[in-house]
Design a protein around this ligand. Structure first.
Ligand SMILES: [Zn+2]
Length: 137
């Protein structure tokens, strides 16, 4: 990682982003509990004919995908929270420059500045092509 520029986030900005991360964390946990409940329901209902069973297994696939995405996002959020505690939050993991505040407000668990993000995407080096990483500024 290159030497970071001196600019850092203010304590107030960090607090705000930390709250956003914690909120998002709660939201994901709530959603995954909900989809778990739905999955159990659809499995119960699937004791009928084979079409129902096929539909239920499709639902399960979707839920497994969603759970994997949620787990990944939670991991990213935990990493971001750990970085806030360590005082390294906000620095791009690629170039070390401070990630722009509007970007952090939009994606508090962003790892890269917009320049690096776009470059890495172009090079196909990001496995994470989630839509919410596309930012319109
Ligand atoms: Zn960067």
């Amino acid at each position: 990682m290159a030497t970071p520029k001196k600019k850092t986030l203010t304590t107030a900005q960090l607090e705000k982003l930390k709250l956003a991360l914690l909120d998002r964390r709660h939201e994901i946990q709530r959603l995954s509990l909900e989809s778990l409940g739905n999955a159990e329901e659809s499995i119960d209902e699937a004791s009928g004919d084979s079409a129902d069973r096929a539909a239920a297994s499709l639902d399960r696939d979707i839920l497994v995908d969603a759970a994997a995405r949620e787990a990944k996002e939670l991991h990213g959020i935990d990493e971001a929270l750990a970085k806030i505690d360590a005082g390294t939050y906000g620095a791009c993991e690629e170039c070390g420059n401070l990630i722009a505040m509007p970007r952090l407000q939009y994606i508090p668990n962003a790892k890269y500045c917009i320049t690096c993000q776009e470059r890495l995407e172009e090079l196909g080096l990001l496995d994470d092509n989630r839509e919410d990483f596309t930012i319109t500024e």
